[in-house]
Design a protein around this ligand. Structure first.
Ligand SMILES: [Zn+2]
Length: 139
């Protein structure tokens, strides 16, 4: 574990590139609708049932981590939240992702998920949440 002396965030890789700013999770929730905040809380609660997770505010998004970062909440919309899971292979055979995009310069495929309703965090989505979490545990 490496701890950034500037912002006290911990990372698995020494000198991990990150954002040292003083944004907090609350900064992302300011001005959002009750519906969006409920969705955010629901998603995080469901994830905590999967395993122990930490949240980090970055400049533009909220990262979820275990031993390393494994998922990102990239947008808190008017009545939805957008989440990205990076995986090493594209899981094309799914009903939940809006878009799967290869990340230039890496082996990752970003899987984009949009949640409008609490029940959108269904069994299929949970399967991918667990898959991402295992990547975050780095086992
Ligand atoms: Zn830092």
């Amino acid at each position: 574990m490496w701890t950034c002396v500037l912002c006290n965030q911990t990372f698995q890789n020494p000198n991990q590139i990150h954002y040292c700013g003083d944004k907090t999770i609350d900064d992302f929730l300011i001005g959002k609708s009750d519906k969006t905040i409920d969705l955010f809380n629901h998603f995080i609660t469901k994830y905590k049932e999967v395993g122990d997770i930490k949240l980090h505010a970055t400049k533009t998004m909220i990262a979820l981590s275990a031993n390393k970062r494994f998922a990102y909440i990239i947008k808190l919309g008017k009545d939805f939240i957008d989440i990205v899971f990076p995986f090493k292979e594209p899981f094309e055979d799914n009903y939940c992702f809006r878009k799967i995009a290869a990340v230039p310069g890496s082996n990752d495929y970003n899987h984009h998920l949009r949640i409008y309703l609490p029940e959108d965090v269904n069994d299929e989505v949970l399967t991918y949440m667990k898959k991402a979490y295992i990547n975050g545990k780095d086992i």
